[in-house]
Design a protein around this ligand. Sequence first.
Ligand code: MN
Length: 739
Amino acid sequence: MYTEEERKEIAARYRELLRDWKNRKDKDEAKLVRIAFDLAVEAHKDMRRRSREPYVYHPLEVAAICAKDMRLDATSIACALLHDVVEDTEYTLEDIERMFNPQVAMIIGGLTKMKGIFDDGTRSIQAEYFKRMILALAEDMRVILIKLADRMHNMRTLHHLSREKQLKIASETLVLYAPLAYRMGLYNIKTELEDLSLKFTEPEVYEHIRIQLEQSAKDRDRFINRFIYPVKNILAKHEIPYMIHVRTKSIFSIWQKMQRQNIPFEDVYDIFAVRIIIDTPAETEKLDCWKVYSLITDVYKPKHDRVRDWISIPKANGYEALHLTVMSHSGRWVEIQIRSRRMHEIAESGFASHHYYKNMPDEGKAIEDWLVRIREQFQNPDNDALSFIDDFKLDLYSEEIYTFTPKGDMRKLPVGATALDFAYNIHTEIGHQSIGAKVNLTLVPLKHILKSGDQVEIITSKVQRPQSEWLDYVVTARAKNYIKEALKAEKKKYYKQGKDLLKEYFKEIGIDYNKQNVRQFQEYTGINSIIDLYYEIAMKKIGLKDLKNCCQKSDKGPWFNALLPFSRSKGNNNANTLDSAIAERIRNKPEEVLLGEKIDIEYKVAKCCNPIPGDDVIGIITPRKPIMVHRVNCKIGQDLMSSFGNRIVKAKWNKKDPILFLAGIQFTGIDKIGFIYQLTDVISNKYALKIRSFNLTSSNEVTEGKIMLYVHDAKNLNELIGEIKKIKEIKKISRMNPV
Ligand code: MN
């Protein structure tokens, strides 16, 4: 029940939602939203959020994001208000069907489909969830847009949750939701999701960059004012109506750049971009944007290889603009983005709003095409969730190249795509039968990586069949899926042969041929699917010897039931064959792992990020091995958290342990006699640390080095790095993981 004050607050928030909802068309629309609002208030009346606030604030905020940030339609706003009703209250989908139009019922159905997968501890719940969400796209794109708004509000209120939940949700957001928002052309949402993720996974980094940005704001403003002054003049002189915005790079993107190039904040040169938005009719917008380009380059010289024409060929997410980088009079590179007002609106709130209101045939066509592709690609519902996500991620992240058929048709492909990807892009059968390609009239193998502008002709042969190595040559999910399917069909031909052979082997040893025993054997071999197992047996790659070995591994009878449990973490096609081992480990997972010399709970530190005391860490339950400890900012750790949230365990360093840990640093310096001496002096004398190995390579006066050494903890290591930085010959230094 609500208090009087809460009722007032709910009413106030509702009024605000209506104010934000600018594109309301008629009374019927307003009525629909009102009914949804009333139902949400009623249905959630006894529920509270973690913050103790009334639950209904949440759907109200989600609806506000749909209205304001995405500018969606009335149906979407109503659905956002109702999005948790069926899942969390006594109201059912039938109730919704009775009270609302079929569209609303369908979207709510799509939003609620994810229910019922949470009772199974073994599969990746998140992967399964995400897969169902993407498949719900096939029904209505608004399902995904509302899910993104839902995630956005959950990220904004994440501080109310426990640390493990924060890490799980933040990783998931970074790995899946932010790229998805980008793919849907929702730049502002993508940026906020990334920044919030960083804020929760690496609060110090986030704070550091935020403060740096704040402190440098004044200088930046001064520079920008001076820079745009002549631009404004020339635009005014030619009577072009314009607005200028300055877009500052997001904290997350700055951090990515600092890491990728191993540079401090001050060295990130493109902290901001200047955006020129011109008011011009759609018919002449392209011409007018180029006119502005021409005027600007009269003032500033452009960098010739940094012109990006996203107007002639929009990005796959619908983005359109003309980008260039110019040299300022003070010798600094500045990025300028030129767009029409229409392009700007699409970039701000995604193409969805335009899609629903203006019915412009070409707008958002790229995303529609993408959705069609997603639908056909992922039609196969028993594609297992984790490999689905892997393939889907490929599709989300990719930047694109433009290639051409011999007739001049353009084909967009992700960076890294090969001739074989191209073949599958043209047609499945062409893919299956391809034997080679001509790229710009030169003969190349199928694994040849294409570049933008390549003209590609595929050479086929009727006798060709898809090969399993092909999976290594392709980067598009489309090609991967078709190859997998073809290989599977091929393998199925051997199904019976393999099965009969295995029956014979079982008979020879004297064990029952039953489902469970076959499953145990399959797990022993580590083969993902039964089709693959029978195929390997038919091919005589697995035989009686393996079965015997498998039996010997077991030490108690009835021998087969005690065989090794669970041998893989992915690729399970069948819910029935799930092993109880991981579920058991998750059920019994410890409250916390204490890391240090004395071990209560068995754990291992992950090689990928090599945590040492003082690092912020988490543990992840693995099927068989001890608990794996990752740094919270480790890419692999985040990937695991984003797929297996239920396996996260709190981990903490035991402060009292005075032991040493192996760590690595890498550096680049100017080759001058003496600086290596200074370096080792800092490590061995000033810090009294023991060096395990020291590698140096020099070329052209530049020395690169890698040092492995024993340190006390992360603080110790960071201080050391800070001290080494002071040596003036050292140009770059950073922590490195042992190899
Ligand atoms: Mn929700």
